[in-house]
Design a protein around this ligand. Structure first.
Ligand code: PLP
Length: 421
């Protein structure tokens, strides 16, 4: 192990914030997966097809059924770089990035069930899938998922609204308001004694049949492709602003990372469009740095490290990111394309969430604030680095991943936990 590698490991073990960077901006993203490209196109089409039934079922939101978030300006401050915010915290329906990946996998299963029930026929009339007849037919189908947070909520809310039976497997750290919210939707909540990985394994082991489906957060191409679609949305928004990234003046995208599906899918999509004119930086809590550990130790997808092996406990207020081991699927797809990894303490993220509120009026959960908090350490770590562009000339995009639907009491508690400004 090199001296540099061992200094990363030392920081990891000590639970200290750290930044890993690739020696050179990655040019080695894996474009050699044609089936993935085709699957991403299919995901894009599926989101379009389901606009009508989604708009009909969630019409309280005054919305056309498109899953799309704004790209907004972060308030300019003296001496700070140009920052934009990709506002997935405010995505329609579920208020988190899971309205991309989790929702897409659910739509794929609904499509399967609809075809099986003869509901789509030759007319491919997706609008009918929101009608009572379809909802009654869907009630014979069941979907299950393991999640302590946004994924369970997204699958639970949308699945139940379409009439599916839903089971959510939760780990020991799941908060009771989250269980209550799911039970109110009519979902079954199964509580497990272990952590997220163990709840996921237990859920995966349950038998499935032609009426049921398990949304596997750690191994699902459908999730990954649902996230990847977001890259083109961002590209369109950048073009509308006249932003043309280059290798010398790149965009740097900061992506909060749990198992790596959401940031991985987005990275895959962005690297396909922008090559080395985009830098993708994954952001994690110091107590759950699964991807950081994999990158800093140059692990292979077959042997991804567990954060428990470094004496860490996976306990963090950023519960959307509390994961002990990265997804092998995400790591093999984009491990070589990730340009940097930043770890942050809970305190860093809490303070950033509070600042996002006071400065910009953004209601972010702790996990989402990580994207903003990672910008200064990443710029500092790359300053003067050989073979790297000058990031002061770059445009920094914080992908804020959730928060708008956080219950008021939870939100206030999070603000209080940040302490005085
Ligand atoms: C799920 C989630 C993430 C990370 O997604 P992964 O696919 O687990 O990497 C980030 N932020 C929030 C708010 C999330 O809910």
């Amino acid at each position: 192990m090199s001296a540099v590698q061992s200094s990363f490991i030392a920081a990891l073990r000590a639970g200290e914030a750290a930044t890993w960077t690739r020696d050179e901006v990655s040019r080695q993203w894996n474009l050699g997966a044609p089936e993935l490209s085709a699957a991403i196109e299919q995901a894009r089409k599926r989101f379009r097809d389901f606009r009508a039934p989604l708009a009909a079922l969630f019409r309280g939101e005054d919305w056309d059924g498109e899953i799309r978030s704004d790209l907004i300006d972060w308030p300019a401050q003296a001496g700070s770089p140009h920052i934009l915010v990709k506002a997935d915290h405010n995505l329609p329906v579920t208020g988190s990035i899971k309205a991309r990946g989790g929702l897409h996998e659910l739509l794929a299963f609904l499509e399967y069930a609809a075809r099986r029930e003869g509901l789509l026929g030759t007319a491919n009339d997706y609008a009918k899938l929101a009608e009572p007849g379809a909802v009654e037919a869907f009630s014979h189908y069941r979907v299950s998922v393991a999640s302590t947070g946004n994924l369970g909520y997204s699958v639970g809310l949308v699945g139940r609204t379409f009439g599916l039976g839903v089971t959510v497997h939760m780990s020991r750290d799941a908060k009771s308001w989250k269980k209550d919210r799911l039970r109110k939707l009519g979902a079954t909540v199964v509580e497990h004694a272990g952590d997220y990985g163990e709840a996921c394994a237990a859920a995966r082991a349950m038998p499935q049949d032609e009426f049921s489906h398990f949304v596997d957060d750690e191994n699902s191409p459908d999730l990954f492709c649902g996230y990847a679609v977001a890259a083109e949305e961002l590209a369109t928004q950048l073009a509308q602003r006249g932003i043309i990234p280059s290798a010398h003046a790149p965009i740097v995208v900061y992506l909060p990372c749990g198992v790596g599906g959401a940031p991985g899918g987005i990275t895959y999509g962005l690297k396909r469009i922008f090559g080395n004119s985009v830098l993708c930086v994954f952001v994690e809590p110091t107590q759950a740095p699964a991807m950081f550990a994999a990158l800093a130790t140059r692990a292979s997808a077959e042997h991804l490290p567990s954060i428990y092996d470094y004496g860490l406990d996976n306990v963090t207020l950023a519960d959307g990111l509390a994961v002990g081991r990265a997804s092998a699927l995400a790591f093999s797809a984009v491990g070589q394309a990730i340009d940097g990894a930043v770890t942050l303490t809970d305190r860093d993220m809490l303070r950033q969430a509070a600042q996002a509120w006071t400065l910009a009026g953004l209601k972010l959960e702790t996990s989402a604030a990580a994207a903003l908090a990672a910008i200064p350490p990443f710029i500092a770590a790359t300053a003067g680095k050989e073979n790297w562009p000058d990031l002061n000339k770059a445009i920094h995009i914080a992908w804020v991943t959730g928060g708008a639907k956080l219950p008021e009491a939870e939100w206030l508690q999070q603000l209080r936990a940040a302490g005085p400004a």
